[in-house]
Design a protein around this ligand. Structure first.
Ligand code: C2O
Length: 576
């Protein structure tokens, strides 16, 4: 967008200003936003319901900034429900108080209260997103974060003609807070969504939805940068556009070695930038873009497809071609459970790893961790009947610890030395009882429950192997780490072999990201440097799994130097 929309005069002025005042044009600035959390009636699929919005917008407003800018978001909560916001993928270097997960870095913002999130975007550019981070409120409280490169720093690919954020979501006709409350009560899997959405719109493949269709109107012979975000609650998504190839250039705000693909796979919590080169002529067809889930679990899921329309218009006319008479082409998407697509797609993602954008993957490791991730069960309370597996309650865990949310924020407890009774620092480095993680399930599927963390010294170099379990069925888990990017150094199927697998690790150009899919029935190995003091949440970004306890936290201690310490909290930090 930007310069192409400016009149020539403004452009010339901007250019001369650049030569005369370089110090002004390169300075980082502060971007101010105000988020009023409101209730609004919204209609989709002929069903009207009250949803939470930011400023009455759904999806919520776009945050746009440049690398190096400070972002200040003043949140005012006008609704009954407690709320917090998370700036998903922002490193939050020494600004952990602004990270946002409820009861981890802050107490929630209660009705009538205000909290100002204040952070600087350091060393990142690309697409991320923001979302509410309490219970299932992110079902409707989400929006894009676009981080442009510093002024006069080009993309490492041809400048796109236009940039378009495309954010996937999940629409429930029911109240999502009631959906998860009921599931946690009965122990069963939650009711599934009624539609997937593209920029809030389900599209024409659903009943009573044709009017709610996202349309991307393009000119021939141009390059568009599509900024994809998966903000869905519980589903990984395949996406494709009929008769068009996509060039992947960035994921999770990290540039990648470009590669072409017909289909992308994007898990909740991931972002993917692609270049779309439009056809050189105006074609006599319109093209559907479609997204539907990639599913590996055993439970029920929303087996529906969201669609938008790509249509061409003539470059020299404001009229679109008469699309009604033209054939509408549909893309073909992989089978719903195509795990080999998932494995191959993630293999293709490589960091640029050049002088300008190096891959600073830790070459040596100070601490090794091996975490199993997967589902399990909790016993049914006496005098209740439960609807989970064999009359139990569904649960989920890491190293068989199902995380119990504290009632005060972990970061405050840590910072003020009041962790007693809030959390314990005995999160296991590896499973207490090893078993065949991807084999037939053990007889005992029960989890332990607790608020356990791992404490790391400042600047420790960490290797973490995340191993899927098949206890209640193998399943892909998109694991998200707050406060860091990590390097995905290896992945494989079956059980991780500490003797053989490390020799095949990629320590040269592994992808760097904040959310990675642990292969269904397999494992993934990541490395990161614990250079950010604070308390950092790690969890499956399938919200139902987070609700069931597939989450934990890392406590990273201060370093010795002043710039290696977490500053004290802002004075408006909410209280529990
Ligand atoms: Cu996008 Cu902890 O989340």
């Amino acid at each position: 967008m930007g310069a192409s929309l400016l009149p020539l005069g403004a452009l010339l002025f901007a250019l001369s200003a650049l030569t005369l005042m370089p110090e002004l044009t390169s300075a980082a600035i502060t971007r101010h936003y105000k988020f009023d959390v409101l209730s609004h009636n919204v209609t989709r699929l002929c069903h009207t319901k009250s949803i939470f919005t930011v400023n009455g917008q759904f999806p919520g407003p776009k945050i746009i900034a440049r690398e190096g800018d400070r972002v200040v978001v003043k949140v005012v909560n006008h609704v009954q429900h407690n709320v917090t916001f998370h700036w998903h993928g922002i490193r939050q270097l020494q600004s952990g108080w602004a990270d946002g997960p409820a009861y981890v870095t802050q107490c929630p913002i209660q009705k009538g209260q205000t909290y100002v999130y204040n952070f600087t975007i350091i060393g990142q550019r690309g697409t991320l997103f923001w979302h509410a981070h309490i219970s299932w409120l992110r079902a409707t409280l989400y929006g894009p974060i676009v981080i442009l490169p510093k002024r006069h720093v080009p993309y490492p690919f041809a400048k796109p003609y236009k940039e378009v954020p495309i954010i996937f979501g999940e629409w429930f006709n029911a109240d999502t807070e009631a959906v998860i409350a009921q599931a946690l009560q009965t122990g069963a899997g939650p009711n599934v969504s009624d539609a997937y959405t593209i920029n809030g719109l389900p599209g024409p493949l659903y009943n009573c939805s044709a009017g709610d269709t996202f349309e991307l109107s393009v000119k021939p012979g141009k390059t568009y940068l599509l900024r994809f975000i998966n903000a869905a609650l519980n589903d990984e998504l395949f996406f494709s556009i009929a008769n068009h190839t996509l060039t992947v250039v960035e994921v999770d705000a990290i540039y990648v070695k470009p590669f072409n693909t017909d289909t992308i796979l994007i898990t909740p919590g991931q972002t993917t930038n692609v270049l779309l080169h439009t056809k050189p002529y105006v074609p006599t067809a319109t093209f559907l873009m479609m997204a539907r889930p990639y599913v590996t679990g055993l439970g029920t899921f929303d087996n529906s497809t969201t669609a938008g329309i790509l249509k061409y218009h003539h470059p020299n006319s404001s009229l679109s071609s008469d699309t009604h008479k033209m054939p509408l082409l549909k893309p073909s998407l992989p089978p719903l459970n195509d795990t080999s697509f998932a494995a191959n797609f993630s293999q293709k993602l490589r960091s640029l790893a050049n002088a300008q954008f190096p891959a600073n993957v830790p070459q040596t490791v100070n601490k090794h961790f091996f975490f199993t991730v997967g589902l399990g069960a909790n016993p049914c309370p006496k005098n209740q009947t439960c609807q989970g597996p064999n009359g139990t309650k569904f649960s989920a865990s890491i190293n068989n610890v199902s995380f119990i949310m504290p009632t005060t924020a972990l970061l405050q407890a840590h910072f003020f030395g009041q962790s007693n009774g809030v959390y314990t620092a005995d999160f296991p480095n590896q499973p207490l009882i090893p078993f065949n993680y991807t084999g037939t399930s053990p007889n005992n599927t029960f989890v332990n429950n607790g608020t356990k963390v791992v404490v790391l010294p400042f600047n420790a170099s960490i290797e973490l192997v995340l191993q899927d379990t098949s206890i209640l069925g193998a399943e892909s888990h998109p694991l998200h780490l707050h406060g860091f990017n990590f390097f995905v150094v290896g992945q494989g199927f079956g059980n991780y072999d500490p003797n053989k697998d490390p020799s095949r690790f990629n320590l040269v150009d592994p992808i760097e990201r904040n959310t990675v899919g642990v292969l269904s029935g397999g494992w993934v190995a990541i490395r990161f440097l614990a250079d950010n003091p604070g308390v950092w949440f790690m969890h499956c970004h399938l919200e139902v799994h987070t609700s069931w306890g597939l989450k934990m936290a890392w406590v990273v201690m201060d370093g010795k130097l002043p710039n290696q310490k977490l500053p004290p909290p802002p004075s408006d930090l909410p209280k529990c």
